[in-house]
Ligand binder design. Sequence first.
Ligand SMILES: C[S@@+](CC[C@H](N)C(=O)[O-])C[C@H]1O[C@@H](n2cnc3c(N)ncnc32)[C@H](O)[C@@H]1O
Length: 274
Amino acid sequence: MPHRKPPSPPSVAEPAAPPLRKALLCLLGATVMVGTLLVALPPHDETLLQWAWLHGALAASLAWATALPRWWVPILLLFAPAAVLALSLEVPPLAWLAAGLLPWLVFRGVIRDRVPLFLSDTPATRHLLDLITDEHPVSVIDLGCGTGGLLLALRAERPIARLRGVENAPLTWLIARLRLANAAIDVAYGSLWDESLAGHDIVYAYLSPAAMPRLWEKAAREMRPGSLLVSNSFAVPDVAPQRVIPLDGSGMATALYVWEMPGPKPLNGGSVPA
Ligand SMILES: C[S@@+](CC[C@H](N)C(=O)[O-])C[C@H]1O[C@@H](n2cnc3c(N)ncnc32)[C@H](O)[C@@H]1O
């Protein structure tokens, strides 16, 4: 077998969210600096919006200096100016609540596990289908199933497969649940890290580089011999896959990485095509 167990990889996708915490610290740091200037400087006639821009520049510089992922820089730059502008619009409090909640409802995976929402495209679905025989019921789970489109496509082509999804972003999960209600597909609300991988022939994941070491650790511990871990676009550091299937789409996805779990296969020879 070309793959080996990783030497205790760091649990980079633990529930704690270092980038979010760092971003909040950058905002706090910028607030303290701006507050200190406001108190220390003699009376001045700058507008609130000018101070907000200074706050944004400081927060963005801190984000840059502390090596936060680059996409945080514009967010921190615009945070205070956007808040000042929004306050001047006299937006009703409920709209604020909705604006704060909506990202969490859809993008919870980014905050906790650094996994955004983007969806498997047709080439990925087609190649995944090639791995699922329709001679007997193969069990497939989509870890972080998003809005359920992939599972729906699999159901259309593999009517006897046992399909399951798990999703932890509330609104995304609800959409998947409604879409798949009549497709005989389980869609669990919860974290993929709490989901057992033991009963599945194929475990599919389209997550992020940050999640892969921890996912491999979990797969190596729980998946049965002969079952397949399939990752869309993200490899496991230092663990060579048995197969790399290039994706010919124009989207972001690059390849399917396929690892077969080592060990003696069940007597029926496993459920997935070689
Ligand atoms: C890149 S999308 C992939 C969606 C779908 N699997 C597909 O291929 O079309 C990743 C999904 O994983 C979800 N996710 C992230 N962390 C998760 C976790 N800990 N538990 C369950 N779902 C998670 C995100 O909310 C997002 O919907």
